[in-house]
Design a protein around this ligand. Structure first.
Ligand SMILES: Nc1ncnc2c1ncn2[C@@H]1O[C@H](COP(=O)(O)OP(=O)(O)O)[C@@H](O)[C@H]1O
Ligand SMILES: [Mg+2]
Length: 311
């Protein structure tokens, strides 16, 4: 059985009467990049703070590498590395001085280990410059190097692309994917920008109002988008063509002018067009309309709000 690197079970955090995080459960396996995605105020940082020991859950359990955070705090926390909101670096020191300082807080971290994490984050050339002269992206990298010093099983990053420019975001994405593939390290990452997560994560949990609305793998999401795709075919005899599609595929077809429209995935389109042409229909154009992930996500949040389940 796959062992979970992180297991969160029915986690709740209340501030007064209000639940900032409400009965949240998910698991992360080795090497998986798992995204918490949701608008501002959704509860992402609060979840991450509980996992990293910066906030105490009102209810629920957290296991890091199978170890209960509540029962064996130090042992459990030693298996994770995290950056919450911003990397905690001293700006008057160099990147290397920062890493040496943090290394000194742990037993047995060698200079070789420090050099290896510097290399891993691609900061060899600039590591002896002062942090105050770093770009935000460089600070993030040194922060991640620091979080990796003690060989954690899971790296936790709260909105790591916040404030980065498009190039910085792309570099960060490539770096994190490389890290998970090369080092088999699991990564928990949060963001309020869906398109970033879409390209980074293996699995995403969509969260709003402190609740998880859905957990899906990227494969499931992409398949769902394909299935929801609308195919539009412009023909000479739309009524007849529409009937043919209805009879053959048992799916609803709508008409608009000379165009017939129905839901269908790409792989079946050639079969449909061949069938229509064999029946003597002329085809003047084909188009597909796919919802973007952003649209699906927005619709999902709107539906939840309309149901009154949130706030
Ligand atoms: N220390 C706190 N005291 C009271 N309310 C808080 C505290 N921290 C967060 N909250 C509330 O919890 C909710 C979730 O916040 P947060 O976890 O920061 O969301 P996100 O990171 O997704 O933007 C928000 O409504 C926020 O105002
Ligand atoms: Mg946050």
């Amino acid at each position: 059985m796959a062992k979970f690197v992180l297991e969160v079970n029915k986690l709740t955090k209340k501030y007064g009467e209000r639940a900032a995080v409400d009965n949240v459960s998910f698991e992360i396996i080795e090497g998986e990049i798992f995204g918490l995605i949701g608008p501002n105020g959704a509860g992402k940082t609060t979840i991450i703070k509980m996992i990293t020991g910066l906030a105490t859950p009102t209810n629920g359990e957290i296991y890091i590498d199978g170890i209960s955070l509540k029962k064996h705090f130090e042992k459990a926390i030693s298996r994770l590395g995290g950056i919450i909101e911003n990397p905690d670096l001293y700006s008057y020191m160099t990147g290397m001085e920062n890493l040496k300082f943090f290394a000194s807080l742990y037993p047995n971290i060698t200079q070789e280990k420090i050099d290896s994490v510097v290399k891993l984050v691609g900061m060899e050339k600039r590591i002896n410059d002062r942090v105050r002269n770093y770009s935000l992206g460089m600070k993030q990298r040194v922060g991640i190097a620091q979080a990796l010093l003690h060989d954690p099983k899971i790296l936790i990053l709260d909105e790591p692309t916040n404030g980065l420019d498009p190039n910085g975001i792309r570099d960060m994405r490539k770096f994190l994917i490389g890290l998970s593939r090369k080092k088999h390290i699991s990564i928990l990452v949060s963001s309020h920008i869906l398109s970033e997560m879409e390209q980074l994560c293996d699995t995403v949990a969509i969260i709003d109002g402190g609740k998880i609305l859905q957990i899906k793998t990227l494969e499931q999401i992409k398949r769902g988008l394909q299935e929801g795709q609308k195919v539009c075919i412009k023909v000479d005899y739309p009524n007849y063509a529409g009937k043919l599609v209805i009879l053959k595929y048992k799916i609803p077809v709508s008409l608009a002018g000379k165009t017939i429209m129905f839901n269908m995935e790409d792989s079946k389109i050639p079969e449909v067009t061949t069938m229509l042409m064999k029946e003597g229909i002329s085809i003047y154009g084909i188009n597909t309309i796919t919802k973007t992930l952003e649209e699906v996500f927005t619709e999902m949040l709107e539906q939840q709000h309309n149901k009154g389940q949130i706030r």
